[in-house]
Design a protein around this ligand. Sequence first.
Ligand code: RFL
Ligand code: PHB
Length: 392
Amino acid sequence: MRTTVGIIGAGPAGLLLARLLHNAGIDSVVLEGRDRAYVEHRQRAGILEQGTVDVLRAAGAGERMDREGLPHEGIELRFAGRRHRVDFPALTGGRSVMVYAQTEVCKDLIALQLADGGPLLFEAEALAVEGAGTDRPRVRFRHGGPDGAEDVLECEYVVGCDGFRGVSRAAVPGGRAFERTYPYGWLGILADVAPSHDELVYARHDRGFALLSMRSPSVSRLYLQVPADTDPDSWSDDEIWAELERRFETRDGWTLDRGPITQKSVTPMRSYVHEPMRHGRLFLAGDAAHIVPPTGAKGLNLAVGDVVTLARALVHRAEKGSDELLDAYSATCLRRVWQAERFSYDMTTLLHPAPGATPFDDRLQLARLDRFASSRAAATDLAEAYTGFPIG
Ligand code: RFL
Ligand code: PHB
């Protein structure tokens, strides 16, 4: 098999890159290790920045998002029984975000790719990237499960969009990793109940962080801070609802509606950046190169920024014969990546009481939160970061 751009991974990064290249007349092949149902149902991100929404629309993948997505113009910060709304458009000159699940973004992009006959191979697991430093890089892969046949995809460029546990990062020699783990994770649930608030609620409580989000007007997505090694089945449904009620409690008597829990899982929290994001003709994009804790809702949006930057550079190369933008790819992306790392770290340490935190630490967290309620400058900084940093 042979193509111009070999893409490993059909998450948001790989699927959107294939779409952007197709729209520019550049051919690609996407290799995805899992089956289609797995990719379409893996429950993950929920918030699209303004820039991500604009990119999906321009790529021709925004039709259902515009029909079914929920535009949000703010979030609520909840602490010490108080509620404070951060108004995005008022603070950022009109920017907002969209609640539209990653599962739906992937479904839309897969349907478009297959409708155009674009090569997208499921159950095609990349085993290794070879020759990244040459002008003929290859992906060795296995098709059709663990006993399937091995094959080789010959490419001009290879893009590793294979997530944090993929194989492509190992083919970037001499790089450097920057990492931080957190002593807690998120217990996440999906519940068949209308969201109890019409915007996301980020709550800091002495017992731990809680987040109220949503997937649709009738499905809620909620998270609880738990110790990192928690078994989700050690929490009964009643215990989850009771703990959520405690952490969301307000002085003005706000109530949380309960409903049947349909999914339950625990997500670890990690910050990670691999530099550089390129070796020769191999480029890393999305979670393959960097991870953020989910508190800032940045992971999917960073992946989108990377592939927009890369698609631009590959088109520039095809049209002008110049490597200038490809050479700048890693540095261009990393600048935005580190802003998102900073914001995600700040949001995480702002809202999660760490195990062993002292009363002094607790007071500092409350003082940091109080800044958003009392200073327009502080609230503007949060609103600008949450609605998204410019791409490129
Ligand atoms: P993905 O989505 O992990 O996709 C990688 C794909 O590569 C495939 N793959 C391979 N294919 C072939 N050969 C191999 N050897 C392969 N190895 C792996 C995998 O099967 C998979 O299909 O990476 P991508 O595309 O970079 O996208 C990144 C985002 O998925 C991720 O950053 C976000 O989900 C993070 N995230 C959030 N991001 C946001 O922007 N907003 C949010 O609100 C948000 N909430 C979240 C999140 C992530 C969470 N979890 C579970 C980590 C909430 C949670 C709970
Ligand atoms: C989600 O809806 O899954 C979600 C929303 C906001 C976050 C993280 C996750 O910060």
